[in-house]
Design a protein around this ligand. Structure first.
Ligand code: KMH
Ligand code: ZN
Length: 281
């Protein structure tokens, strides 16, 4: 008997507005400054997002894990919105592991926590087991709720091992995000999603999915069909359709709300998201 409690009427929409892979020069609509991030978060919250997954950029719009900028961004987004603020601990493929651990010093509500190393296009996204264990234990100590990022079926197995070894996260809930369609990870297909969901540990209380690039719609539709939540945003996809660029993250949130409406799901507010993630204590 699975302990997973699926509320089939509400829908968490997480917006991942920036990421670390796209350059501002290639995509001027990408929000990279603090002002752009705040404006984006406010519009996405008004459109129906409950959580924001943040990557920060420096003054030259390059990915950074600068402590000052991370802290300032967490404070600004918490002041300007009621969204759950999640910082990426994945950063960019070039960030050292020790800097990625220090992300928790910025005191976000939540942090991403990727469950294993994966090929990432031509690069390698490094997440060795000892690092995963250190980051998880640090999140427990610092009272930060992790979102487990699963890029592959093997990451599902690693999540079983992590929970068996170290117990439940801070807050007692286990929230997972399937990141699908990364070149090197599991494909962004309904079949892969069904396989990953079937293998999730019984402790999982909620899960979302995102499909990179053109897998975004198949993954979103499969996730809704299986009762999952959605992550959308320009971190994962830059077009609405072939040749139609996204000009604001709000468009992707609005589309997710519309897909959810068709599936008879209502977007969760920040407060409802806090409850879902065990952040109300
Ligand atoms: N930018 C990728 C290398 C995360 O945010 O935790 C990692 C990533 C996952 O985006
Ligand atoms: Zn990310």
């Amino acid at each position: 008997m699975r302990a997973m409690t699926l509320d089939r009427s509400s829908l968490l929409i997480t917006v991942a507005p920036t990421g670390a892979e796209t350059s501002k020069a290639d995509c001027p609509a990408l929000p990279t400054t603090l002002e752009e991030l705040v404006e984006t978060a406010q519009r996405c919250e008004a459109a129906g997002a409950g959580m924001v997954h943040l990557h920060i950029r420096d003054a030259a719009h390059r990915p950074t894990l600068d402590q000052g900028r991370l802290r300032e961004s967490v404070v600004a987004l918490k002041e300007a919105t009621d969204l759950v603020v999640q910082l990426s601990t994945g950063g960019s493929v070039h960030d050292p592991l020790e800097d990625r651990l220090k992300v928790l010093d910025a005191q976000p509500d939540s942090c991403s926590l990727t469950m294993g190393t994966t090929n990432f296009g031509d690069d390698v996204f490094l997440n060795p087991w000892p690092f995963v264990c250190d980051l998880y234990q640090l999140s427990q100590e610092r009272r930060v709720v992790p979102e487990f990022e699963l890029f592959d079926l093997g990451h599902v197995t690693a999540l079983h091992r992590l929970l068996d070894t170290f117990g439940l996260p801070y807050g007692g809930k286990v929230h997972v995000d399937l990141v699908m369609g990364v070149p090197g990870g599991m494909p962004g297909t309904a079949d892969a999603l069904v396989a990953a969901v079937a293998a999730l540990p019984a402790e999982v209380t909620s899960w979302s999915a995102t499909g990179i690039g053109r897998s975004t719609l198949p993954v979103a539709l499969a996730s809704l069909s299986k009762g999952g939540h959605l992550r959308v945003g320009m971190e994962d996809v830059l077009t609405l359709a072939k040749g139609v660029p996204v000009v604001h993250n709000e468009q992707l949130v609005t589309r997710a709300v519309e897909l959810g409406r068709m599936a008879q799901r209502t977007p969760m507010t920040g407060a409802q998201t806090r409850e879902l993630l065990g952040l109300t204590g």
